[in-house]
Structure formats: C-alpha cells, structure tokens
Design a protein around this ligand. Structure first.
Ligand SMILES: Nc1ncnc2c1ncn2[C@@H]1O[C@H](COP(=O)(O)OP(=O)(O)OP(=O)(O)O)[C@@H](O)[C@H]1O
Ligand SMILES: [Mg+2]
Length: 328
C-alpha cells in the first residue's frame, strides 16, 4: 500500500538574532490514506512547525525548510506558491487552535462560508449559498437563513470551530491537519468537536493528522501515535500499544505526567528538567539529562530509530534492554 504522506529528514529552522532556531531536526513520518495519526509532545517540541511545513505555510524569507515532504508521491517542498495554493484545500487542509481568529469579525458568517465554497470548490454564487445553508443545517443550526446574516461573535466557540473544520473540508482534501483544534474550547465542547471530526473522517475517508499535547484525546481519536521530543520523533506505533506499554523513556514520562481520572484538582505531575533549547547543538541523546534509564554511553551520539515491536519504532539506545526489563 503506498503512503499518502511521507516526511523524510524534515528540518525547520527559523532565522533569528540568536542564530538559527532549530525547531524541527530531522523528522521521518509516514501516513496512509484514511489513517488517523496523533502527533504529541511537550510545548515547543516542534509539532506546529512540522504541521505547517506539510502545508507550505512557513514564511520562506525567514525560515529554512529542508528534507522531503512527499504527498501522493509529489515533492511538496519543490512547489511554487501558486501550486501550493491549489494543493491547500484540495490535497491537504489545516485547522488551527483558535476559531475566533479564523473568521473576519466584520463580515456576515454566511457570506464567509459561501466565499470559501466559491474559492476552494469552485461553486457559483447560488450554489455556494446553497452549500453554506446546507452546512448550517448539518451543524444543527436552527433557522439557517437568519443565522446566515449574523456575524462571528453571534456564534459559540464550539460552533465556530466546527464550521472551521467543515470549511477546511470544502475542497474534499485527502488529509486534514488539525493543530490543537479543541484547546481553546471547554471540555464538554471539546468532546463534541472531536466526535464531529471523527464522523467526518469516516464519511470522507480522509486521513487526519491531529496535533495535540493531550494524551486523553489521543486515546479516543487516533489509531497511530507519533511522539515528538525536541524536534524529532522519538516513538511511533499503534496508539493502544504505545499508551499501554511505552517503548521510549520520554513517552513513559509523558504518560506518567498525564492527569488520571479522578485526579481533577490535584497538581499535575510534570517531567523533571527541560528539553534542549532550539539553539543548542546536538550532543548525545537529547533526552539524556531527564531520563531515568540513561547510561553514560547514551551520550555517544544520537540514538537511531529502531524496531520496538510490530509496527513500532523507538529512538533510544536502550530500546531492547528496556523492553526486556518491561518498560515496553
Ligand atoms: N517564527 C519563529 N521564530 C523563532 N522560533 C520559533 C518560531 N516559531 C516557533 N519557534 C520555536 O520553535 C520551537 C517549536 O515551536 P512549535 O510551535 O512547533 O512547538 P509546538 O510543539 O507546536 O508547541 P505548542 O504545544 O506550544 O504549540 C519552539 O521552541 C518555538 O519557540
Ligand atoms: Mg503548536
């Protein structure tokens, strides 16, 4: 089966006064058509920078994006701006964290939605209005004709985010990249939006790359998981397997830092220490200073990604000895 998306040695570096900020340091990742993959990791690990690189959304005047991003066999890093524009929306589409910033507050909601249908799906005015009204009905909005003429502030955050998702899907993309799509919403609304996303994924047969730092959300939405640490993927595998028995010490620590059911209100455990900064050069395993399983030899170069079971990989020098000891 040929992959939908393949990242190879992807690097993203932002030019800044302190030198190059190395946000993504060589990411390899595969996604099959129709697959749900969660990309998780601490804040600053490079999840958004990776997601934006897939859509060609970095400001190329100040950002170096290198390596390879192949989508249905086509190298996206070689596309020009016009080709990228037509790829976005039809090939892959992206939704962001804050629904409030995605709409123009001064334009009527119905017109914004219709405009998206016109530009992405190529519908004429009448068909676009029909499509927008249909979308309102699909979202359970009562009296769609009245609501069509209202402004974004008259809609709830959860409703705006669901609209964002549907708009992103107007061109029937094969891949939706959703970057923390529910973080700005309260917990009950989060669940509704995720369920909605799941329904659409099934209905359209599209792949979803869900960026999140919430391991609870991962368990409910994705069949595969990729764990990111300091600009690299340190572990990949089936969600149930990885959450059930992590192979990489960082994944193990992340899961321990997760709030448990019933622990509401108690203080969250955090992983001791800090990840290396974006300006720091590599020296040894990047997780070494925080790793409870580290040996002195873990400072000898970067750990390669190795098989850690069926369909699983882990970038740890000790993958095999730890799995024998039962961390995996
Ligand atoms: N334009 C920029 N210029 C310089 N550094 C940047 C820029 N954008 C992001 N970074 C840095 O790159 C690193 C990765 O950022 P990124 O936004 O990809 O993290 P993330 O994993 O998405 O985090 P979060 O969970 O907080 O969204 C961070 O250290 C961030 O500060
Ligand atoms: Mg982010």
């Amino acid at each position: 089966m040929s992959g939908l998306l393949s990242l190879r040695g992807l690097r993203v570096a932002f030019a800044g006064e302190g030198g190059a900020a190395m946000a993504v340091r060589g990411v390899d990742l595969e996604l099959e058509g129709g697959e749900g993959l969660a990309l998780v990791g601490e804040s600053g690990s490079g999840k958004s920078a990776t997601a934006k690189a897939i859509l060609g959304l970095h400001d190329m005047s100040s950002t170096a994006v290198t390596g390879s991003v192949r989508f249905e066999g086509r190298e996206l890093l070689e596309l020009g701006e016009a080709e990228l524009r037509s790829f976005r929306g039809r090939g892959a589409s992206m939704v962001f964290q804050d629904p409030g910033t995605s709409f123009n507050p001064l334009l009527r909601m119905g017109e914004q939605v219709a405009e998206a249908f016109r530009s992405v799906a190529g519908l004429d005015r009448k068909a676009a209005r029909e499509a927008a009204l249909g979308l309102f009905s699909r979202l359970g909005i009562r009296d769609p004709v009245t609501r069509y003429a209202q402004y974004p502030h008259e809609f709830s955050g959860g409703m705006l985010q669901r609209m964002m998702i549907l708009l992103a899907l107007a061109g029937r993309p094969r891949l939706l990249v959703a970057d923390e799509p529910t973080t700005a919403l309260d917990v009950t609304v989060q669940a509704q939006v995720l369920l909605f996303l799941e329904e659409l994924k099934e209905e359209l047969g599209m792949a979803v790359l869900l960026v999140t730092h919430d391991m609870g959300i991962v368990a409910e939405t994705s069949t595969r998981i990729a764990v990111m640490y300091a600009g690299r993927i340190v572990e990949t595998g089936g969600t149930a397997e990885v959450l059930g028995s992590p192979a990489h010490p960082y994944t193990e620590a992340l899961l321990e830092a997760m709030p448990r059911p019933g622990s509401r209100g108690t203080r969250l455990a955090t992983i001791l220490g800090l990840p290396p900064g974006v300006y720091e050069a590599d020296s040894g395993c990047p997780f070494f200073p925080r790793c409870r399983h580290a040996l002195a030899s873990c400072m000898d170069g970067l750990p390669p990604s190795v098989e850690a079971g069926p369909g699983r990989k882990s970038a740890c020098f000790r993958t095999h000895s730890l799995s024998l000891r039962g961390i995996a």
